[in-house]
Design a protein around this ligand. Structure first.
Ligand code: ZN
Ligand code: FE
Length: 241
């Protein structure tokens, strides 16, 4: 079984993700923040949408949800913990719940830190993790609501996934993250290699996302922080970088 994933670039540096189950053609979108480009991408892919998945309540992730729901008449799935501040949910989910896209069955992972109600969706069939603003390539989300211990525990959940998992995050922040990461671990060979790759991709106007989880484990200072205190220190340094 395969889950095909394609990027829908939105605004300056956001990504919505279009997911299509190869076996059934069932299609879902993650974080449809801007209805126009999301609708265009859906129409270009065949005009079918069965499900909307939301990672967290920020406008740059949920903005186009009601318009896309009205256009395609499909249900919206989001965190039960944040039902009060998300667009109207047809299904409110929590840790361990499953969300099927045709034959591809995903699992909900609660990832407090950036916001307290943040969730991620993990699809083993596609080796795909949709993690919104929790984990970025070579970075992590700002701690707008959670404490370092929350984010540390959330990233530890990701660390337990297979290393060939592809990380589909919500923003193209990789180059700026790399410039900070290299100040944390100037001698990290994996980071230096990833840095060179990123600079080449961005110079060519290409996306750096997704990135393999194994590379994040090797090069992302937030994934590599040994404990919550260290993570908090690195996060504070990044905030003022
Ligand atoms: Zn956010
Ligand atoms: Fe965001």
């Amino acid at each position: 079984m395969t889950l095909n994933v394609s990027a829908i670039p939105l605004f300056k540096d956001n990504y919505a993700w279009l997911l299509r189950d190869g076996a059934t053609g069932t299609t879902a979108v993650v974080d449809p923040a801007d209805a126009g480009p999301v609708e265009a991408a859906i129409m270009a892919a065949g005009g079918r949408l069965d499900l909307i998945l939301l990672t967290h309540h920020h406008a740059d992730h949920v903005g186009g949800t009601d318009e896309i729901r009205a256009r395609f008449g499909c249900p919206v799935v989001g965190a039960a913990a944040d039902a009060h501040r998300l667009p109207k949910l047809d299904r409110a989910v929590k840790e361990g719940d499953t969300v099927a896209i045709g034959d591809a069955v995903g699992r909900v992972i609660e990832t407090p830190g950036h916001t307290m109600g943040h969730i991620a969706f993990y699809y083993p069939d596609g080796h795909a993790l949709f993690c919104g603003d929790t984990l970025f390539s070579l970075g992590c989300g700002r701690l707008l609501e959670g404490r370092p211990a929350d984010m540390f525990a959330s990233l530890q959940k990701f660390a337990a996934l297979p290393s060939d998992t592809q990380v589909y995050c919500g923003h193209e922040y990789t180059e700026a993250n790399a410039r900070f990461a290299i100040t944390v671990e100037p001698d990290n060979a994996a980071l230096k290699m990833r840095m060179a790759e990123i600079l080449a991709l961005r110079a060519a106007g290409r996306s750096t996302i997704p990135s393999p989880l194994g590379e994040e484990m090797a090069a992302n200072p937030f994934m590599r922080a040994p404990d919550a205190v260290a993570l908090g220190r690195i996060r504070a340094a990044k905030d003022s970088f």
